[in-house]
Ligand binder design. Structure first.
Ligand SMILES: [Zn+2]
Length: 453
């Protein structure tokens, strides 16, 4: 990593936007920052470029006066906020007045940066991928049904940027290649035709990404992938790449399971942007792209929990199989807090797959709670258990749990696509309970990560 970028990354604490304490900030919060914080420095020009379906303002933040133009937008999917926060972190750097003034001055003399933070504010309100019409904006680049899509399309045509950065978050269950390593960052220089032609603008994007992959492997070792480069004509990235604009897709994953607020990835993003801006301003596209072309693609081989070799009985017939469980994200718009509902995803031979948590359940049999009515009381025990409280106030990771809700019983136990509530017995004693997808030892309740069977 270049010294200057490494320094910038290490000094994150000094410029990051402190008002985004967690991932569930809304449009009002960024509006406040755009209207009151950014104008503290006259390098920023803020324009309202249109309104969402539900009449929320969409802003363009312009900074710099250079002849090379870079357009960046975030949160076209409302539930993907990491890069919006990272934009404001970068603005925090630009707002400073200190020993970095020369660097900032040089950058802003050679580049004009155009940011659209939060393209889909109605989706943010619901923490949903879609806009208020239920449209996925990133499949609307051709039809332009949604007003938000038309705003982005117009900005691309009016600004005619040299570079476009399409910022997203991806499912944390993507893994590197066919393995179990969680992906922290995924990149793509999108193709603009079925043949995946590499013209000069796309070559520049690939060259740039190759240097990002090389330099940032140090801080997220083995955690970088390429996003699928299948041509998707309805997406903005592919469409914009087809206009001869060097286009870059950045997908934020997670650094590790417990970083569910993605603080670590959020810290890395402004440094990646800074790295790219410096390369673009120096017109440095000498890298031949080998590293990018050799970077593994995203794979999908991860579940939250896999219990191996579980005995179960269905319709009077016993068998042994693996059980895969996910805890799926839901959002409560009333209090802007997430909650999780588990789901039994698969039963069978799951040997190609991995669990973030894995338990070898050889010798154990799985049972529904109605076979053991005393266990109903566990709900209260667990709710009050000090070890099972949220990790820190406001955290979106209720490592503790379970989400309040009824234990699901089913006649056709074990049933796929039902909430994962059951217990495991060795024939004499209950050894483990699974409540809303969380596996705990019993009767001495311990979190899964503390358990060795
Ligand atoms: Zn997305």
């Amino acid at each position: 990593m270049e010294n200057i970028v490494g320094n910038f990354y290490c000094n994150y604490e000094w410029y990051f936007e402190k008002s985004f304490y967690h991932r569930y900030f809304d449009h009002k919060e960024i509006k406040n920052l755009i209207l009151y914080r950014l104008p503290q420095n006259d390098i920023f020009t803020v324009t309202e470029v249109g309104r969402s379906v539900e009449d929320r303002e969409i802003y363009l933040v312009k900074v710099g006066s250079g002849k090379t133009k870079v357009l960046l937008w975030s949160q076209m999917h409302g539930d993907e906020p990491t890069s919006t926060a990272a934009f404001f972190d970068f603005f925090g750097f630009l707002l400073k007045n200190d020993k970095w003034n020369d660097v900032r001055g040089d950058l802003l003399r050679s580049l004009t940066l155009y940011f659209v933070p939060m393209l889909n504010p109605d989706g943010v309100e619901r923490f949903s991928r879609y806009n208020a019409q239920g449209i996925d904006l990133n499949r609307d680049a051709k039809a332009l049904v949604a007003p938000e899509s038309r705003i982005l399309d117009r900005l691309v045509n009016d600004i005619k940027p040299d570079f476009a950065f399409n910022m997203h978050d991806q499912d944390f269950r993507w893994s590197v290649g066919g393995g179990k390593q969680m992906v922290t960052l995924s990149f793509l220089a999108p193709a603009f035709d079925e043949a995946r032609t590499v013209d000069e603008p796309r070559r520049k994007a690939i060259s740039l990404l190759s240097t990002v992959i090389r330099d940032f492997d140090e801080i997220c070792p083995g955690r970088i992938t390429r996003y699928s480069d299948d041509f998707e004509p309805r997406s903005f990235g592919d469409t914009i790449a087809g206009k001869g604009i060097s286009t870059i897709l950045i997908e934020s994953g997670r650094y590790e399971m417990f970083d569910s607020d993605k603080r670590r990835v959020r810290q890395i993003l402004p440094a990646i942007l800074f790295h790219c801006f410096l390369k673009i301003s120096n017109n440095d596209f000498e890298d031949d792209g080998t590293l990018y072309n050799n970077t593994p693609f995203n794979g999908k081989f991860l579940y939250d929990l896999i219990m191996r070799n579980v005995k179960f009985t269905r319709n009077g017939v016993s068998a042994i199989a693996d059980f895969a469980i996910n805890r799926n994200f839901h959002f409560n718009p009333e209090n802007r807090k997430p909650y999780f509902i588990s789901n039994l995803e698969a039963v069978g031979d799951l040997s190609p797959f991995f669990g973030y948590y894995e338990a070898d359940c050889t010798g154990l049999e799985i049972m529904p709670y109605d076979k053991y009515p005393d266990l109903y009381e566990l709900k209260e025990i667990i709710a009050d258990h000090p070890k099972l409280q949220p990790v820190y106030p406001g955290s979106s990771d209720f490592r503790g749990f379970p989400h309040p809700g009824e234990i699901q019983l089913s006649d056709d136990f074990p049933a796929i696509n039902r909430r994962a509530d059951f217990f495991l017995t060795d024939g004499n004693n209950v050894r483990f309970i699974v409540l809303n997808g969380r596996m705990l030892s019993y009767p001495h309740i311990k979190r899964m990560k503390d358990i060795s069977i």
